[in-house]
Ligand binder design. Structure first.
Ligand SMILES: [Zn+2]
Length: 228
């Protein structure tokens, strides 16, 4: 297993290369390069949130409960159309930290489904969906999604690479080989949750390519819930 520093370097490399590539092919304007690179860097360290003592896990719970609600409110304007409702939504989302932390403590194991190919695709989809809310900026969403997803894949690939010891001419393989890029894990519930989430997100991404944004879907759901 590669350490935090190696993963950070891998994420920075992936993020910067993809951001520059996207700018070169004019998918994004130059000021967007840092954002696209950041998605790759976060992807490069994100899988280790499944480890209790890891730095990414501490970052997620110490800063995520402020950053994630802010991103969601920014991404779905309907949630902040009324300042009072906006504050309530933000507080409720921030308090989600506690049930999520409990779920993580109970259900995540290091090298579980957070270290899997569908998890990398989920992260790429999330970056795509969070990237921008205006359909004319689809190319930005593609750039963010690619950077986040590939950054995540780089982490998994580094973990796999570290499972092989190249000692002289002998190649020794550790038990953990093949656990990072797997498609399914040993726990059926985790597989269902992972593949179910991926299917849902791929559906949203597909709709995004067809001009249907997350907030349009949110508005539809809201009008159905309010009875019209
Ligand atoms: Zn890892």
């Amino acid at each position: 297993m590669a350490d935090y520093k190696t993963h950070l370097q891998g994420g920075i490399t992936a993020g910067v290369v993809i951001a520059l590539g996207c700018a070169w092919f004019e998918l994004i304007p130059l000021p967007r390069i840092p954002f696209v690179a950041l998605a790759g860097i976060v992807g490069g360290i994100a899988p280790d949130i499944d480890s209790n003592a890891s730095r990414p896990r501490r970052i997620l719970f110490n800063y995520g409960n402020v950053i994630i609600p802010s991103i969601i409110l920014w991404r779905i304007p309907a949630l902040r159309s009324d300042p009072q409702i906006g504050v309530i939504c933000w507080v409720v989302l921030a308090l989600m930290r506690y049930p999520v932390e409990w779920l993580f403590a109970k259900h995540t194991v290091h090298r579980g489904m957070f270290h899997s190919t569908p998890a990398a695709l989920i992260f790429g989809c999330l970056c795509f969906l969070l990237a921008d809310w205006r359909t004319e900026r689809l190319s930005h969403q593609v750039a963010l999604g690619l950077s986040g997803g590939i950054g995540y894949f780089v982490h998994l690939s580094l973990d796999e690479l570290w499972s092989v010891d190249f000692e002289g001419r002998k190649i020794r393989v550790k038990k953990s080989l093949g656990t990072a890029l797997k498609l399914i894990g040993p726990v059926p519930l985790h597989n269902v949750a992972t593949w179910g989430t991926l299917t849902l997100l791929l559906g949203l991404v597909w709709r995004g390519f067809n001009g249907v944004t997350v907030e349009m879907i949110f508005e539809q759901l809201r009008s159905v819930a309010l009875g019209g």
